[in-house]
Design a binder for this molecule. Sequence first.
Ligand code: MOS
Length: 734
Amino acid sequence: MKFDTPATTNPIDNGKVIGHPHDRIDGKLKTTGRAPFAYERNDVVANQAYGVILGAAIAKGSIARIDTRDAEAAPGVLAVVTHKNAGKVGKAKANTVKLMGGPKIDHYDQAIAIVVAESFEQARAASHLIRVNYEAEQGAFDLAAATATAVKPKLGDSDPADSKVGDFESGFAKAAVRLDQTYTTPDQSHSAMEPMATIAAWDGDKLTIWTSNQMIDWARRDLSETFGLPKKNFRVVSAYVGGGFGSKLWIRSDAVMAALGARAAGRPIKVALARPQINNNATHRPATIQRIRIGANRDGAIQAIAHESWSGDQKGGQPETAAMQTRLLYAGADRMTAHRLATLDLPEGNAMRAPGEASGLMALEIAMDELAEALKMDPVQLRIVNDTQVDPENPKRSFSHRNLVGCLKQGAERFGWDRRSAMPGQRREGRWLVGVGMASAFRGNMAMDSGARITVGSDGQVKVETDMTDIGTGSYTVIGQTAAEMLGVPLEKVTVLLGDSDFPKSSGSGGQWGGNSSTAGVYAACMKMRAAIAKKVGASATDVVFENGQVRFQGRSVALGDAVGSAGLTVEDTIEFGKLAKTYAQATFGAHFAEVAVDAATGEIRVRRMSGVFAAGRILNPKTARSQVIGAMTMGLGAALMEESVVDPRYGYFVNHDLAEYHVPTHADVPVQDVLFLDEVDDKSSPMKAKGVGELGICGAAAAIANAVYNACGVRVRNYPLTLDKIVPYLNKA
Ligand code: MOS
């Protein structure tokens, strides 16, 4: 089904199942430990051996000599694979560097060997017996230093690296109030609970992997490119994923090394990246340096706005697109944005939850707070004054639906924003300085073609099959709800099977496109099923009503199972997104409010309340959507106060490479989180009229907290995270 004109009234609008806060249909399996994650799939193939990956101990250079003899002779060892005996191992276009290194080393902990043994312990012990001599080269690890040689990266035609409208410099020079500040965000780790893990089994030249991956079809394509075999030779299964956040958009070394190890051992094997390997072996969110200049009139109207962002990556990599939202968020006649990319020899930088906006709004929304202060204006009001209903870079293009102002107003009211003191440091409760802050939330809404297969059995049961993944987001549930709504059955009658490349190709999970896109694919397949059933009962498709497990037409009523006949019916379709995404700017919006307390002596920061109001089209399931948003707000809290992958500038690796040293918020750090979704639909986003929510909640959350810290204690921190060392020295001066 093509989707290229705005959606009209359709069966989803009935809202009997869709839009209701159903519990996750996979919830019991997950909470009782019965949802099998990749490493636990002992049932899928017999005779599994264990693989352990050895990572490079240098960041740049080459392997001069690698001696595996002792490892090969160790007890239980079945195979040791290095670049010397692996055969030809290519690089998928989507991977910036090879997932198996050697002799050339691209980054620290790049996989250089896999040891396969009868037991995990034997494999791990033997991996310590591999002796490697390196020829190390000096790498570039410091972003600030590398910006001197940064270049303009090549990005997509629709979102080029630079944009210019009007004349920024002269507009800025003329503005009554000017802000010019530079902000930094650090490297961050996705830190998903489930490590990258794969079971690999070859059958001749056909490979099946049970793995943890967000994008089944991309994984298949990338395996094909890596091993030089046709895509059809690869089956990828990823039924449950314990968090991805972008770290599993593409295959990682666990998949490639498992395939190599299994081939060498002549056995299926299972491999997981050990927690301390993940941060340097896999990808991270790249650090940024962002300069923002905004010039405004005395009434707050922005005249000129510029956002420049520098980030680094391996050669051939991509920038963190931190200035993108500044093209769309606020009005202003004279504008410019630019992204510059420095070459670094750190591990591969890549997408992490809301790539671009998450980092970009950390900077932009502090800048707006600073501008509001300079204008002596309420920060909420400043954002309202600069709202735009059209793309400010291309005023002929309007937003498909935009209610940022509604989020700001309702958020301010719910939070009690009117009780804020504009002057910092005014509210003291014992040893605590208390303050409030806010920020806008913005995240683009992307749509990806997505297919599904629907089967209705003669027993009236509905089965949905699609290679869509559920990375903890609720895909199983919203897909089930969609099929139930479309075919007029309760959710309990629907079985949802996900994450298998044998099923129709879906949108996969990424960029918060999965919920809207994959359910739209199910919608398309269900429309086809409805037509097929109508034909079967001899009615016209527009005449038939699907309700309460019955098919009603021409005054008659037939049970759904009877209508499809004894053999049942199976149909398949794909939603294909057309020009609406280009004709309209599509995005999701929100407003964050936070209250923090800062210890006047120690600088300890406690977030006391977070409140968010979001506008993201139809909310398919308020319960799973809320979970997404509070998870993302929590991640925003982590970004504000804790998260930072610390680079060792001598050896070029992330020092704090485990969950003991890479700090993320725990329950005790997270306050009450209040979430409201505005009641809206977006008829240009899909027949579901929904948009993404998985990433929106992180966007702006960190800045709201940083702004609240300033309001509490008068210390303006522009370099994330807001750790004590950046607060304490300035506290008494506040
Ligand atoms: Mo997302 S960072 O595209 O999984």
